[in-house]
Write a protein that binds this ligand. Sequence first.
Ligand SMILES: [Mg+2]
Length: 300
Amino acid sequence: MMKSVPTALVAALLLTACATGAPTHPPMVAAPAAPAPAPTAPAADDNLNAVTWAQHASEHDFLYLQTYRDAEEKLLKAMKDPSWDALPKDDRAAHPSLKGLKPAVVLDVDETVLDNSPYQARLIRSGTEFNEADWAAWCKEGIARPLPGAVEFTTFAADHGIAVIYISNRAKDLDDATLANLRSAGFPVSGKEAFLGLGTFVDGCEQAGSEKGCRRQLVAKNYRVLMQFGDQIGDFANVYGNTTDGRAKAMAPYTAWIGERWFVLPNPTYGAWEAAMFDNDYTLPREQRRQKKIDALKTN
Ligand SMILES: [Mg+2]
């Protein structure tokens, strides 16, 4: 049987407890901080890997170096062969005789000799896509760096009396900015005539869109072209119908020239190859363009 405890003793025990500071309620603890808002996940961007590769993979740089070094080794042999010409037959047709023509090399500019990956990187950071205004502003900054091997190759060509001609789809009003950028990056630029931008007038030739055929025909008049360089097949020949089949057809007659007269550089960040995946329709929302690329994946 439980022994009863006198009331006075209970009171005394309670007082003692209070006096010694024993807790009479749940201990006070700091209230947990409100959870920090979850960091905003960076928006997914279909170009992230490609641009990161272009900017950080040694393999990217070595592909450029390898291409330009290979071309340099072959350049003088091409110059010594008077029948050697690197223009596609359609563009040579109006001026078939090579006799007396000065030797030249023809190079595209963007992602062939100048690296515009910082512009692509800005688009990823801002979550935006290519637009003419931002592109023109970037070009006018004039800070695009040379791609590996390109300055050495073009300087070698110029030092051997070979004209260095740039055919670019940068708009004509970017001529001065582009020439200044090419010069500051170390490229040989003989004069304004060395740069044939989009919209260059070519007498008797109607340029279709951004096709470079008319400008190549202009070059054909005065030069024997030893080599062409580009990151798009349109830098080498006209592509009639930018579909996967159309692109293959345009290049089919010239595959033996790859690595001999035509030197193709890697561009996974943009280009007609991508547009061909969604019927060249950039008005489609990004999601639909992405879906078409997913649909086109080869899984076996
Ligand atoms: Mg290009």
